[in-house]
Design a protein around this ligand. Structure first.
Ligand code: ATP
Ligand code: MG
Length: 415
């Protein structure tokens, strides 16, 4: 099967010219270059994707170095992994040396040696991700599909390449569910059985790798579908015993998407994901997934603010009271609670803090207080604090108001 037509239809011409150049240089040394993995799958599905992964039968790093020398591309090489990135003005290309992998036991990373394209494809997760397209001049666009990925694409199936696949790397369970839900596919029968058989091997996977897969899931358009399915399959409880992927989460994820800028969305999802965990469970979760200090703080804050929400469930709170109740919490934790809480009063108060109160500053600073004759020291600190409170509560508005209040406070304090 030749897919040159699909390449022309879906990929920018400029990008493919670069790929052809690289392939041409490789050919001079008897090396071959292929498009592989996600780009091939998405091309065949007709989905937009400009993340091009190239596999080189030969030496990817050396090839990338040569390409960088004669072009405008910036080179980032990882000799140890046999991979290189070429950064052009508008595109980035990932090159990898075709590799052969052998797994000593479940959970550990494989031993890697250079190999053929076929070796490189058999080490992959699913048949739909184990296809390649030649970009060589003599057979440009020719599909290499040794494991019938195209047939599985047509039948909308997620299928592993051999019965030991999940044992070799149980993160593939998480990846499989991600693709299943992204594309609306199903696990092929035997793959589903093996997934059940091998689910316990998730315990052998390091926290960093589980977290990485969870981060990828949270980058999906609708991660709640993946989380729900992971719940049904018994994967979630394997990661943390009380995690749930129920309708509540779906509703809240939807709400989060409507509110958040995409950059921090996945941290917000993390906070919502753990919303029903207890004190002990959250600590286990943070440790198991080796969550960063910063995100851990936001997740712990989310739960401690959750227990404090009744204090915010009063319509008569003054703005300064809201401010003092919330100022010690991470912004992310406040956002998560604003999404999670179903009380409109709580919501109003949290939003008031997020949109206004946290930005309130006095017009006067220490320097200006000095000019008014107020000397630096603890008293000045006190004056500034009262000014800030008055500003929050709308008792002072203009700089003149602040000056008058500052001077009258100072007189009282001096006595
Ligand atoms: P996505 O659209 O999610 O980026 P992708 O197919 O590009 O999909 P990547 O995570 O970028 O996925 O990985 C690139 C390729 O590497 C995959 O297509 C797959 O063939 C292979 N791969 C990635 N992770 C694994 C794994 N754990 N086991 C086997 N193969 C993997
Ligand atoms: Mg990719």
């Amino acid at each position: 099967m030749n897919v040159a037509r699909q390449i022309e239809q879906y990929l920018p011409r400029q990008l493919m010219e670069l790929v052809k150049d690289i392939s041409g240089q490789a050919a001079k040394q008897g090396q071959r270059v292929y498009l592989v993995g996600g780009i091939v799958r998405d091309l065949l599905l007709g989905y937009p994707n400009f993340d091009l992964d190239l596999v080189v039968e030969g030496d990817a790093v050396k090839l990338a170095q040569q390409v960088a020398e004669v072009s405008q591309a910036k080179l980032l090489a990882h000799h140890r992994f046999g991979t290189a990135k070429l950064k052009y003005e508008n595109f980035t290309l990932d090159l990898a040396t075709a590799r052969k992998e052998t797994y000593a036991r479940p959970g550990v990373l494989p031993a890697v040696t250079p190999g053929t394209l076929k070796n490189d494809l058999i080490r992959r997760d699913f048949t739909i991700n184990a296809m390649a397209i030649s970009v060589a001049a003599n057979d440009y666009g020719e599909l290499v599909d040794p494991y019938s990925g195209i047939s599985d694409l047509e039948h909308r199936l997620i299928r592993i390449l051999h019965t030991e696949s999940f044992r070799d790397d149980a993160t593939r369970i998480l990846r499989g569910v991600r693709y299943e839900q992204r594309f609306g596919f199903e696990f092929e029968t035997q793959t589903a059985q093996l997934l059940k058989r091998d689910i316990h091997l998730l315990d052998t996977i390091s926290g960093d790798r589980i977290r990485h897969e969870l981060e990828l899931i949270l980058k999906e358009k609708q991660p709640e579908l993946v989380i729900k399915r992971l719940g049904e399959l018994g994967v979630l409880t394997r990661i943390s015993s009380s995690l749930k992927g129920d309708g509540w989460l779906a509703k809240k994820f939807n709400k989060a998407r409507r509110l958040k800028k995409p950059t921090q969305l996945s941290s917000l999802y993390f906070c919502l994901l753990v919303y029903s965990l207890g004190e002990k469970e959250i600590e286990q979760f943070l440790a198991r997934l080796n969550i960063s200090v910063k995100l851990s703080r936001a997740m712990r804050d989310t739960l401690s603010l959750k227990t404090g929400l009744p204090l915010l469930d009063k319509p008569s709170l003054r703005p300064s009271e809201i401010y003092y109740l919330l100022r010690q919490y991470e912004t992310l934790a406040i956002q998560a609670n604003a999404i999670a809480s179903d009380s409109s009063v709580v919501n109003h108060n949290l939003r008031l803090f997020l949109t206004k109160l946290r930005y309130v500053r006095t017009s006067l600073d220490g320097e200006e207080l000095k000019k008014l004759g107020i000397s630096p020291g603890p008293e000045m600190g006190k004056v500034l604090q009262i000014l800030h409170k008055a500003k929050l509560d709308g008792e002072v508005r203009t700089k003149g108001d602040e000056k008058r209040l500052a001077l009258s406070l100072w007189m009282k304090l001096e006595w």
